[in-house]
Design a protein around this ligand. Structure first.
Ligand SMILES: Nc1nc2c(ncn2[C@@H]2O[C@H](COP(=O)(O)OP(=O)(O)O)[C@@H](O)[C@H]2O)c(=O)[nH]1
Ligand SMILES: [Mg+2]
Length: 262
């Protein structure tokens, strides 16, 4: 869809100087279409502590900025990362701050309304989000896995509504990948975890996905559920680093397919 601004600019060009200027006035639009094709934007959503920043840093081939052990601070601002490869293709990631951040609503508006993204990577951790204290409180944050799963579900309800709203407003399809991260923490349970987050599974999360698909229309939204981890255990663990790297590779391949990169 063209914005009124672009219509206006193109029309002005045509009336004032004809061809050349009109072509020039359309150049930014063509450039932005090319940029979108080569560097699609990806919203990265999910509750605080679930592993969004770590995952995007891996996907963007970026060394984690935060020192080990000192990183359990939720981000209050939208994080932006760009992945570039040798063929000038990649992604522009927009990491939406988790539920404790005051800036969250604005960030959700930006990625799902103002500058709607091409795809969504929704990150979940099967109840293994790292609990974080709300700013200004003291003491160790603790939450049971059940509480974490409930919080994930609540977070997902909000995001799913935003995705549905974006999908129905546009002609081209939107892609959604549910990235089930921290698989190293439930290495023997990965299939059950993926099932819990899958459409048609009958789980609370699956039911919400079914609702989303019904709202958005099946042809308008593709949904994949992929296990992943940003850091593996030792060589003897059931999810060594190499296994994590393989899972990351599968996620990258799927994103590339959905983006027309391969
Ligand atoms: N075991 C394990 N821990 C992870 C993984 N990904 C992230 N973490 C840890 O989970 C915590 C939260 O991660 P972070 O990316 O900051 O979460 P965010 O709030 O969603 O951005 C950090 O302590 C990370 O080290 C993973 O794949 N496996
Ligand atoms: Mg973060």
């Amino acid at each position: 869809m063209q914005s009124p601004l672009r219509h206006g600019r193109a029309a002005l060009g045509t009336t004032i100087a004809g061809g050349a200027l009109a072509a020039l006035s359309q150049a930014p639009e063509r450039a932005s279409r090319l940029l979108r094709h080569r560097y699609p934007t990806v919203a990265v959503t999910g509750m605080t502590g679930v592993g969004k920043t770590r995952l995007v840093d891996r996907l963007a081939r970026r060394a984690s900025t935060q020192a080990e052990g000192a990183q359990d601070v939720g981000s209050a601002v939208m994080e932006r990362r760009t992945r570039r490869d040798a063929r000038m293709r990649g992604y522009r990631f927009r990491v939406v701050p988790g539920e404790n951040a005051a800036t969250r609503l604005g960030a959700l508006d930006e990625v799902f309304h103002d500058e709607p993204v091409d795809g969504v990577l929704h990150v979940v951790a099967h109840g293994h989000a790292t609990p974080r204290r709300t700013a200004g409180t003291t003491g160790t944050a603790v939450a049971t896995r059940e509480e974490q799963l409930a919080a994930e579900l609540e977070d997902w309800s909000i995001t799913a509504h935003r995705i549905a709203g974006m999908a129905v407003r546009r002609d081209r399809p939107t892609w959604l990948i549910i990235a089930v991260t921290k698989a190293d923490l439930f290495a023997d349970d990965v299939d059950a975890a993926v099932d819990y987050y899958s459409p048609g599974s009958g789980s609370p999360f699956g039911d919400k996905l079914d609702e989303l698909r019904a709202l958005a229309g099946g042809a308008k939204l593709s949904i994949d559920v992929l296990p992943v981890c940003s850091q593996g255990g030792g060589r003897k663990s059931s999810m060594p680093d190499k296994a994590c790297t393989d899972l990351l590779g599968r996620l990258e391949l799927r994103m590339a397919q959905l983006s027309g990169h391969v």
